[in-house]
Write a protein that binds this ligand. Structure first.
Ligand code: BDP
Length: 600
């Protein structure tokens, strides 16, 4: 919607439907204001992995009861970060089970003495199951990484004279089972001639390393005891006016007066209203529109970026690279990214396909009722957190599920219907790599997203086949469903610095040539029903070890250190060309081209 209203959201925090279905309460992004303070707990925490055979020593000895250092040695662990890559101990890198984090905090006196203040502990994400104790009291549990959860801890901190020291203990279990999202299996190796007793491995069915821990910020914030718990915004346009419909949920008291003010980028009030719901009208609104995209056609061209963990330098670097490329979109493959990433997208006009952690749904046993229920709950949490970001244009409920299975068809139908009920305003999709004739989930999506790796995972080296196979793919799907299609993945493994001409697999020349062939095929359909192309991948990334991965997945057009491979320059030229064409479809007059385009 309007850029102006996007700014007003900053004043409200992220906004949210009443979520009548399922979840109670909101999950507003904590913002400082006249009545709210926030205290970040980023920095060094005490840490211990529970290496005991059953991984349960921490519970048996009640490590949460006393400072962690009193029950054994601890490590320094930065938060936010994944614990896997921090130490030199290979056992920690591959650890599966419970790890323990602890941090002591001193609270300001006004937080502990003023009974009109609510103190909330918020955890940005903990992968994958977390239990939280405050001063040894069991306070909060949450299932699922990648999404925030919080608890009102006022009654634990406002207990008599100055209990200003707070001990927060968080136990996190990264084990993936058939009912977690993503799912996984634990396999015990019982052949004692090959494996020690009790030996097990964690199997996963996705292509990224299962990094875990407190990967996003943990913070404390305050609100008054009568407070805004939730805000829901839907937007519209009437001639040149922007319409902002709001619904506000207040908790703590029925006695309040509420005034809503919509601020523009300069913090000027552009509209106001009273009461818990209403419509704000902004005459002459400048509408939120993706950076580098013309209204018709709205074409997404981009790649996948990173967002499991969170750190500002990498985030800003990645956005600089997106801008350098002229990209206008990405999918949050394969889990919801940190909230700060979406805020950057709102500000920079980058369109987001917001994907939940429904990845690796590869086995029939993963399509069961418990998983379905949890998957729906995860979608509630995703929609609750992200629905008011203008950048989010679509929900993706899964990546490459085994959608040829009957059970997957029912499962996807239910998750998609639930997501649509949670947010009727946005299209819903899942990303398929099934055959068009076999896919049982496609009937329920609004947009068809397809991953294909022609001349990579088959027909090795035969780049000349790509255009034919791509055309067949598009025509088959379009004939069957008559729905818009996005090529949501395509690409080739490429080791930076490997060169060969004529191109051979794994070289920079091969990646470039493969992309060129895809682009010729995409251009055939681009002005018809293909509405987006998202190359796999933005940057190289870490995976589990396997024979097909050399220190991770190397399909990035940037290395993991964010340096360009040759294909980055090819994409840059293409994206800016499309940007200029789609912004100025009827004219190529130089003066009208994007001012900052390097290719005008
Ligand atoms: C697709 C997956 C993605 C992988 C990619 C690949 O969606 O997560 O990394 O293939 O193989 O199937 O590179």
């Amino acid at each position: 919607m309007a850029r102006r209203s996007a700014v007003a959201w900053a004043a409200f925090g992220p906004l949210l439907w009443g979520c009548a279905l399922g979840l109670q309460g909101g999950m507003l992004y904590p913002q400082e204001s006249r009545s709210r303070e926030r205290k970040e707990l980023d920095g060094l925490w005490s840490f211990r992995a529970d290496f005991s055979d059953n991984r349960r020593r921490g519970f048996e000895e009640q490590w949460y009861r006393r400072p962690l250092r009193e029950s054994g040695p601890t490590l320094d662990m930065p938060v936010p970060s994944s614990f896997n890559d921090i130490s030199q101990d290979w056992r920690l890198r591959h650890f599966v089970g419970w790890v323990w984090y602890e941090r002591e905090v001193i609270l300001p006196e006004r937080w502990t003495q003023d009974l009109h203040t609510r103190v909330v502990l918020r955890i940005g994400s903990a992968h994958s199951y977390a239990i939280v104790w405050v001063n040894g009291v069991d306070t909060l549990e949450h299932e699922g990484g990648y999404l925030p959860f919080e608890a009102d801890i006022s009654n634990l901190v406002q207990v008599g004279p100055l209990p200003s020291r707070l001990r927060i203990t968080i136990a996190i279990n990264n084990t993936l089972t058939p009912t977690t999202l993503p799912p996984g299996t634990i396999q015990y190796m019982n052949d004692t001639s090959k494996y020690p007793k009790g030996y097990f491995v964690q199997n996963t069915y996705f292509d990224f390393f299962n990094y875990a821990g407190l990967q996003r910020s943990v913070l404390l914030y305050t609100t008054p005891t009568t407070y805004i718990d939730d805000i829901t915004v839907t937007t519209g346009v009437e001639q040149d006016s922007g319409l902002v419909n709001y619904q506000i949920s207040v908790k703590g008291s029925n006695l309040f007066e509420l005034e809503a003010r919509l601020l523009d980028a300069e913090n000027k009030v552009v509209a106001n209203g009273t009461g818990t719901q209403g419509q704000l009208k902004v005459p002459g609104a400048s509408l939120w529109w993706p950076y580098l995209m013309h209204e018709r056609p709205a074409y997404l061209y981009s790649l996948e970026i990173r967002g499991k963990g969170f750190d500002w330098p990498l985030l800003v670097k990645d956005f600089n690279l997106l801008r350098w490329l002229g990209a206008n979109a990405f999918r949050t493959s394969h889990y919801p990214y940190a909230e700060e990433v979406l805020q950057m997208c709102d500000r920079h006009g980058i369109v987001v396909i917001d994907e939940c952690p429904g990845v690796g749904l590869a086995l029939p046993q993963f399509f069961n009722n418990v998983s379905l229920h949890h998957h729906m709950r995860v979608m509630e949490e995703v929609v609750r957190r992200d629905k008011n970001h203008p950048a989010v244009v679509m929900w993706s409920v899964a990546n490459e599920p085994a959608s040829h299975l009957e059970s997957a068809g029912y499962y996807l139908k239910m998750v998609i219907a639930h997501t649509k009920a949670l947010d009727p305003s946005r299209p819903v999709t899942f990303v398929s790599n099934s055959n068009y004739a076999a896919d049982k989930g496609a009937p329920y999506v609004d947009v068809i997203c397809l991953n294909s790796y022609y001349s990579w995972y088959h027909d090795y080296g035969h780049l000349e086949l790509i255009q034919l196979q791509l055309a067949t793919q598009f025509e088959n799907w379009y004939k069957k469903y008559q729905k818009p299609i996005i090529q949501s993945e395509y690409g080739a493994e490429t080791i930076a610095g490997f060169h060969q001409d004529p191109p051979l697999m794994f070289t920079e020349e091969y990646q470039k040539s493969l992309l060129e062939q895809y682009h010729l095929g995409l251009d055939q359909k681009r002005r018809k029903y293909v509405v987006g192309e998202l190359i796999w991948n933005f940057a190289d990334f870490m995976t589990e070890q396997s024979l097909t991965r050399v220190l991770g997945n190397k399909k990035g057009i940037f290395t993991r250190q964010r340096q360009p491979k040759s294909a980055a320059f090819l994409l840059r030229e293409r994206y800016w060309k499309i940007a200029n064409e789609t912004r100025y479809p009827h004219s190529v007059a130089k003066s009208q081209c994007l001012e900052n385009s390097p290719f005008t």
